[in-house]
Design a binder for this molecule. Structure first.
Ligand code: SAM
Length: 287
């Protein structure tokens, strides 16, 4: 086993595919084959995937209902020198999946915790959404009931970071409707459905457009999905959007980027560097 752990116990936190089995990493496969036991969220769910990779390591159930009681038991086994891998039904354990208490307890007990990275639906969606990815907030599942959900979106509507949500297909239509009424129909968003699978769909639009689309096409209310919402535009971005962008676009049509940004800065009073960065973005999009 790598990581020079010798005979010491270690907890491996192993990400598994979110749909496409080709996304299983060779390292994940090896670790899962070599550990003493795999703690799996749902042993029946994981068994076919493990069979597919010819992994015959014994399984033990570790899910949200027994995490509390199983954690001391697994810590004892780790202290006894066992190597244990934690997996969830799909993707990265702990990301909206069990494992936090176990990882925390293992670290507190001085046991090595070794991440074996791989797919995570939130990050996979972000990587293909085309929304700003320099700052983002992973929000997990919004509340299931309308009143709580609206209050929750109300707290998030001023956030300037890209917001990432998981949502159940049965609730996506009403969730989008609440987003429209609280965050606004014009906010840019992306719906990423069935990622890495046969019917993968990544659709961008305003919240209003996505809401209509999902409402009128029941296929969009199936499978697994991630919803991403553009953060609130900062004052600078709003300024750019309304007034200065027009000036910049007119100048860009006639002049090189640097010159257009410099002239636009003189006309609008916005800093040249910021306009230059924005102009670069506009030029990229035109390509
Ligand atoms: N730990 C997982 C991860 O790393 O992504 C997430 C577990 S969470 C309980 C399950 C949710 O993740 C689904 O309801 C869906 O919102 C999202 N998800 C998982 N797989 C997906 C996929 N292939 N396409 C889109 N969303 C997915």
């Amino acid at each position: 086993m790598s990581n020079n752990l010798g005979a010491q116990g270690a907890l491996f936190v192993v990400a598994t595919p979110i749909g496409n089995l080709e996304d299983m990493s060779p390292r994940a496969r090896r670790v899962l084959s070599e550990v003493d036991v795999i703690a799996a969220e749902d042993t029946r769910h994981s068994a076919p995937m493990l069979r597919h990779f010819q992994i015959s390591t014994p399984l033990t159930a570790f899910h949200e209902h027994n995490e509390q009681s199983m954690t001391p038991e697994l810590i004892r086994r780790l202290q006894g020198g066992q190597r244990i891998a934690l997996i969830s039904d799909a993707g990265t354990p702990l990301v909206n999946d069990p494992g936090f208490k176990l990882v925390r307890a293992a670290r507190a007990a001085g046991i090595s915790v070794v991440p074996v990275p791989g797919p995570c639906a939130a990050i996979v969606a972000l990587s293909a959404a085309g929304l700003p990815s320099d700052r983002f907030a992973f929000e997990g599942f919004p509340p299931a009931r309308t009143a709580a959900r609206r209050a929750y979106f109300d707290e998030l509507r001023e956030d300037t970071r890209t917001l990432i949500f998981y949502e159940s297909p049965h609730r996506v239509a009403e969730c989008l409707a609440d987003m429209v009424s609280v965050i606004g129909a014009d906010r840019e968003a992306v719906l990423a459905r069935e990622l890495t699978k046969q019917f993968e769909t990544i659709r961008a639009g305003t919240l209003g457009e996505l809401c209509e689309w999902v409402k009128n096409d029941s296929n969009q209310q199936r499978g697994e999905l991630v919803l991403l919402v553009h953060g609130k535009l900062t004052t600078f971005q709003q300024e750019i959007d309304s007034r200065s962008e027009k000036v910049l676009r007119i100048l860009l049509a006639e002049l090189p980027i640097k010159q257009a940004a410099a002239l636009a800065a003189q006309i609008t009073g916005i800093k040249k560097n910021r306009l230059y960065d924005h102009a670069l973005g506009l030029a990229e999009r035109r390509r």
